[in-house]
Design a protein around this ligand. Structure first.
Ligand code: ATP
Length: 372
């Protein structure tokens, strides 16, 4: 763990399974080029195996020292893990990325939804072509909490949800702090709590805690919405949202909807953030249907690295890394400008190499302009 001014920041890299290693390779190349330009030597990368293939080889999803290393480094960059063909004896998929969230207390799943002109997006309305909203998915409790205590008989299966005051408070504080930061950068300053408080007592509790926390942020407008209405509004008028904060399972679903708004899972970055640790990974999984075919879109992975640089910049007061994150975003936007790229996930011809090459070329131009 880095301490002191301009110490090297350690990053643990898990390429993972399926398309994970495929999208990680150009991501690392681009991130390392950026870091070399803005603050040479700022990052030290350590790559670790982990995931379904590692489980098949060793009987463990992660190496024995994985959590010790995860706690020792400054950030974690993860491709994707899992393979439907390789499972635990009880039939569950190997998903150590979910275990890491729980183990490190990564309660805030931050899934930004943003588009820039020329990116291929499914909605025709011009306002959908310059979206900028953020979905925060609670990532340690909610309906996912019951996965460890499922009670299954031949006649029925029961899994229970859990929402705690402490878990909700820290989640909502994260959401309001984010909305305040976005407002300082010109955002509208709105947090929408998405729940199902009209049906479930646990969501009424969730909403009550939201309202308590909202009272401490008089400059931010709190809104509430039922999840069914939110799903419709996200398709109908996504530009009316700023920060959305929601329960684990609802967030899982709505963030895929958010990925759809920006053209697909290959375009959607994410971060899982806790008080002390953070993992940066694309919204997508291992996509076994396209693995090894050169079809994976690396943009989500590359933008996740940009989020990591920006998070490290803020946490360690390293503004050069924030410039690095911004350079990656600008390179992605430039690569897609004027409809220059049409990814295979949207029926186009551009796969991994085409998108990675266009992003690298755009970055080279940007870095050249910065230097000259
Ligand atoms: P998980 O449950 O691990 O999140 P999943 O089964 O929901 O995974 P993904 O592995 O993310 O789903 O894949 C869903 C679909 O999206 C697949 O058809 C896959 O090919 C496609 N997809 C996912 N990521 C990408 C990508 N980076 N580029 C192109 N297509 C992708």
């Amino acid at each position: 763990m880095a301490d002191g001014d301009n110490a090297t920041l350690d990053v643990l890299v898990f390429p993972g399974d399926g398309i994970g290693p495929e999208v990680m390779a150009p991501c690392l190349e681009i991130m390392e080029a950026v870091v070399a330009a803005v603050e040479p030597g700022a990052l030290s990368l350590e790559t670790m195996p982990g995931g379904a293939a590692h489980y098949a080889e060793t009987g463990s999803a992660l190496p024995a020292d994985a959590y010790d290393r995860a706690r020792a480094v400054d950030a974690i960059l993860l491709g994707a893990m899992g393979d439907p063909k390789i499972r635990y004896p009880d039939g569950r998929e190997i998903a150590p990325q979910v275990d890491i969230r729980e183990e490190l207390g990564l309660f805030a799943g931050l899934r930004p939804v943003f588009t820039s002109p020329g990116m291929p997006v499914p909605l025709a309305d011009p306002r959908a072509h310059t979206l900028d909203l953020a979905i925060i998915r609670e990532s340690t409790e909610g309906f996912f909490a019951g996965r460890h205590t499922a009670d299954v008989t031949p006649e029925r299966a029961r899994e229970t949800s859990e929402i705690t005051r402490a878990g909700s408070q820290r989640l909502f504080e994260f959401a309001f702090d984010l909305a305040a930061r976005r407002k300082r950068a010109g955002g509208p300053g709105i947090v929408t709590c998405v729940d199902k408080a009209n049906i479930f007592r646990s969501f009424k509790f969730f909403r009550e805690v939201f309202e308590e926390v909202a009272a401490r942020y008089p400059d931010i407008e709190p809104r509430t919405m039922y999840v069914d209405a939110a799903a419709m509004q996200l398709v109908k008028q996504p530009w009316t949202f700023d920060v959305i904060v929601t329960e684990n399972l609802f967030g899982d679903i709505l963030s895929d909807l958010g990925a759809g708004l920006v053209g697909g899972l290959g375009m959607a970055p994410s971060a899982d953030i806790g008080r002390d640790y953070a993992v940066f990974q694309p919204c997508h999984g291992t996509a076994p249907d396209i693995a090894g075919q050169g079809k994976a879109n690396p943009t989500a992975m590359i933008l996740s690295a940009a989020m990591m640089l920006e998070w490290l910049a803020e946490r360690h007061a390293r503004p050069a890394l924030a410039r690095g994150g911004a350079a990656i975003r600008a390179a992605v936007a430039a690569a897609f400008r004027d409809g220059a790229l049409h990814p295979t996930e949207q029926g186009g011809p551009d796969g991994l190499d085409a998108i990675a090459d266009a992003t690298r070329r755009a970055l080279d131009r940007l870095l050249h302009d910065v230097r000259s």
